[in-house]
Write a new protein. Structure first.
Length: 224
């Protein structure tokens, strides 16, 4: 059974089919990569300003988090590293009692990465952002020599507004509270599908393990 992400948009026509060191030089090839792939996949009004950073306003108390994703394989049952990066940071914000709004996206690409695979990962990022109602508004792209990366590493930083009733902290844990990660009806944590993906390198694996994200609004049980 295939577990690769189903592309909503076909790969744009390009004059290159693999990532080269030149795509991380900051020159013409970098701009082609950004314009034809990254901006094309993640387009929104803030990102389209193509500034060194992002400008926006948010009300109230803010939560700020960052996470880096280095997984093997980058494609696994139920998803890929792209949606894992979005959902992981969205979940971190939710665990701060925050409503997520904006993300930064840092990509470290390995020389030789097929552009088709990068496009598939970007489409997964786009899809995960749409489901979480967040936008990628700034980012960075670097390329490392072949053999010095594992196709792609991703860093996502997220910012959100803290819900006024959210009081999430380990000091608020009470006897009898249940860890949602232990509930079988919530599905496995993202480590499970990644491990299953490794097993695919050895034998067929028919199961699909979804990469899940917390809802946009922190659950009522988070409020004390």
């Amino acid at each position: 059974m295939s577990y690769r992400f189903s592309l909503d948009c076909p790969l744009p026509k390009l004059d290159f089919d693999v990532i080269t060191l030149g795509h991380g030089s900051g020159g013409i090839l970098t701009h082609r990569l950004l314009d034809k792939l990254i901006f094309e996949a993640l387009r929104n009004p803030i990102l389209e300003q193509e500034h060194d950073g992002a400008f926006f306003q948010l009300p109230g108390e803010l939560a700020f988090t960052t996470d880096s994703f280095v997984v093997h394989p980058v494609f696994f049952p139920g998803g890929n590293i792209g949606e894992l990066a979005v959902n992981g940071t969205v979940n971190d914000l939710a665990m701060c009692g925050a409503i997520p709004w904006y993300l930064s996206l840092g990509l470290i690409l390995e020389e030789g990465l097929p552009v088709a695979e990068l496009w598939e990962i970007l489409q997964a990022i786009k899809h995960a952002c749409a489901e979480a109602h967040v936008q990628v508004v700034t980012g960075d792209t670097k390329v490392v020599d072949k053999g010095k990366g594992d196709k792609i590493f991703i860093n996502t930083t997220g910012i959100g507004t803290v819900h006024p009733k959210a009081r999430i902290h380990s000091s608020h844990i009470r006897s009898g509270d249940q860890d949602p990660g232990e509930r079988s009806d919530r599905g496995p944590w993202h480590g499970h599908p990644v491990r299953s993906g490794r097993a695919l390198l050895r034998k067929p694996h028919p199961q699909r393990h979804p990469v899940r994200q917390s809802p946009r609004r922190p659950p009522a049980g988070c409020f004390r």
